[in-house]
Design a protein around this ligand. Structure first.
Ligand code: HEC
Length: 115
């Protein structure tokens, strides 16, 4: 077999590089993020600990959506949630909120009696 088609064949058979992982979230300040979560109003629907409530908004931490998806949703939500423009929460502030969400402890199982 001539060299070029052979090389092409080999390249085609090599496993394709898998889709690139989502870019890491920008470094944020979780302490400031907690303050913003309250001052900007996220807590009103998602709770002070971003724990969520069946009536107002889902739990957001401690494993939020990838940063790009979260920021897209905050800017252009598709459901009940109001949109937040960059004037209201800048990208840097959103990175702080993201750091806060990631810093939250994982939920523990609640005994049925306490629910
Ligand atoms: C008025 C209530 C309200 C406020 C305020 C609010 N949210 Fe939401 N949020 C919701 C509801 C309800 C949903 C569920 C989807 C929907 O209906 O939009 C949601 C969904 C989300 C989601 C998508 C979660 C997922 O897993 O799909 C993210 C991320 C989010 N909110 C972040 C925020 C942040 C950050 C703030 C503050 C900047 C905020 N929200 C403020 C009500 C609210």
């Amino acid at each position: 077999m001539p060299l070029i088609p052979l090389l092409l064949l080999v390249t085609m058979l090599l496993p394709q590089a898998s889709a690139a992982p989502p870019p890491p979230a920008p470094a944020g300040n979780s302490v400031n993020g907690r303050k913003l979560f309250v001052s900007v109003g996220c807590y009103q629907c998602h709770g002070y600990e971003a724990q969520g409530s069946t009536a107002t908004g889902p739990r957001l931490g401690p494993r939020p959506l990838p940063f790009a998806a979260l920021s897209r949703y905050v800017r252009r939500p598709s459901g009940q949630m109001p949109p937040y423009t960059a004037k209201v929460v800048s990208d840097a502030e959103l990175a702080d909120v993201y750091a806060f969400l990631q810093s939250l402890p994982a939920p523990t199982a609640t005994p049925a009696l306490l629910r």
